[in-house]
Structure formats: structure tokens, C-alpha cells
Ligand binder design. Sequence first.
Ligand SMILES: NC(=O)c1ccc[n+]([C@@H]2O[C@H](COP(=O)([O-])OP(=O)(O)OC[C@H]3O[C@@H](n4cnc5c(N)ncnc54)[C@H](OP(=O)(O)O)[C@@H]3O)[C@@H](O)[C@H]2O)c1
Length: 265
Amino acid sequence: MKVINKIVWITGASSGIGEAVAKELFSHGATLILSAPDREILEEIRKRYDAVEKGRCHIMPFDITRPDEIRKVVSEIKQLLPRVDILINNAGVSQRSYAVDTLVEVDRRLFEINFFGAVTLTKAILPWMIANGSGHIVVMSSMAGKYGFRMRTAYSAAKHALNGFFESLRAELHGQNIRVTIVCPGRINTDLSLRALTGNGTEHGVMDKNQEHGVPVARCARIIRRSIEHNRKEVFIGKSETFLLVIKRICPPLYYLIVNRASPT
Ligand SMILES: NC(=O)c1ccc[n+]([C@@H]2O[C@H](COP(=O)([O-])OP(=O)(O)OC[C@H]3O[C@@H](n4cnc5c(N)ncnc54)[C@H](OP(=O)(O)O)[C@@H]3O)[C@@H](O)[C@H]2O)c1
């Protein structure tokens, strides 16, 4: 399914992967609904799209951890647009702290943003997609949703939970013309590490070298667009870290050796 003339709702659209996917889809003819907590940043982004073609970019600021805000925004979108063809659950925050140093409140916060945010929003929009007889739900998991990694305990757990939820949802939606794509990026060059939470909930504030040398975000966005168009069920985006998945399956001792030694930053 080409994205031209499709209405696409993207969360976490104020920076990084979300912003790049928005740009990629807009250039391929999609109409955008962009969400993130900060209205001012979204307004700035919308101005850029309005300069190209007015009316093809809408903004809906909200905090994904607030179910009341999600309900309000969904009802506003229903007034504004005939349908949402593609929902991209992209908003997320990473972690840079060892489990032993991490407050349980921070573990819960990471689950609220990365797991319950996507689940709450998807449940709010799904009945509408079912009634419309079509839809595509994309969820931004991570390589950390496939294997554990140091300094990522709660983040990795939340991403594993996302994989379980959306794999199961895909099976439930079989035959209803609603597709599910799970995206598992490795390291993408965004500000993710800067905003990652430390053990006491403050921001890490450091551009990790692994992050800096990650896949360029525009390339990641192109792969995501093609994955949507080809209805890929699961997609892995990264460099050498993607091989760890294969190594884990064919040579577990080597996998444990690598993962125990790999730099978490
Ligand atoms: N970059 C990578 O290497 C990588 C690897 C694997 C998975 N991912 C996943 O990809 C997704 C995008 O990450 P990114 O790399 O693009 O990071 P990013 O540049 O930090 O973008 C994260 C986005 O999520 C939004 N967000 C954060 N908390 C939110 C909340 N409570 N409510 C609503 N929106 C919220 C942010 O908005 P504000 O900035 O305004 O808070 C921002 O727009 C995340 O789910 C991340 O886990 C990234």
C-alpha cells in the first residue's frame, strides 16, 4: 500500500526518527498528524510543511502517559479527519542506568512511555480502524526488544512487552484488513541517548558514541516507509548489532560473550 493520500498519525514527531519519518511520508504524498508533548515545536514543524503545501499537516500535542489527553486528542481527530490510515507509535524514551541504581518509579515511567503509551493510543484508535475496515499500526520497538543489554533493563523489558503485545494483536486482527508492523531499530543517529533516563529519573544528557555513529536517521525513515508499503511484519534497522540476533540463535555462547562486553554507551 503506497502512502500517497494516506492519513498518517505519528507520535514522537518532534525529533529524531518520528520527525524524519514524517518528512519521508510527506514527500511521498501522505497527510500528516504530528504529535509530541511540545506544541511550539510542532507549530514550527507544521510551518515548514505549510510552506510546501497547506493543509497536509495537522498537529495534535499530547503527553502519551496521560490517558485523558489521548481520549481528548482522538475525539478531536475524529472531528477533523475522515479516518486514520496509519498509526505510527513512535514516542519513546531510553535508559542509561544499571538496575541496581534505578528507582522502581523510573522503571514504571519507562513502561508508561514506551509500553502503555503505545497500547493506550492503539486501543483508542483501533475500534475506528475496525469500523472503517482498514488500517495499519506501526510500533517502534528496538533491538533491545529482542535481546537484553546493559543499562537498559526497564527499557528493554518495555520493548519486549511491546513485541509481545503487537505480535498478539496482529494475530487477533487477522482477516480484518488491519496490518501491524513492528520496527526494531538498533542504533540510529538521533538525540535518544541525550534524553535517556538515569536511575533517579534525570536526563542522561550525553550523546553516546554508539548513538552518534548509528544509521543516519533519513535512511532509517526510508526503510520504515518501504516496510509500511510492503506490509513487513517485523523490520530490523542497524549496523553490526543486527547480526547479534542471528548469533544469538546459531551460537548462544558467542552471543553472551559479546553482549556481556559490549559498551552500553
Ligand atoms: N535512536 C535509536 O537508536 C533507537 C533505537 C531503537 C529504538 N528507538 C525508538 O525509536 C523511537 C524514537 O526515538 P528517537 O531515537 O527518535 O528519539 P528522540 O529523538 O528522543 O524522539 C523521541 C520522541 O518521543 C517523544 N516523547 C517522549 N516522551 C513523550 C511523552 N511522554 N509523550 C509523548 N511523546 C513523548 C519526544 O518528544 P519530546 O522530545 O518533546 O519529549 C520525541 O518526539 C523511540 O520509541 C525509541 O525507543 C530508537
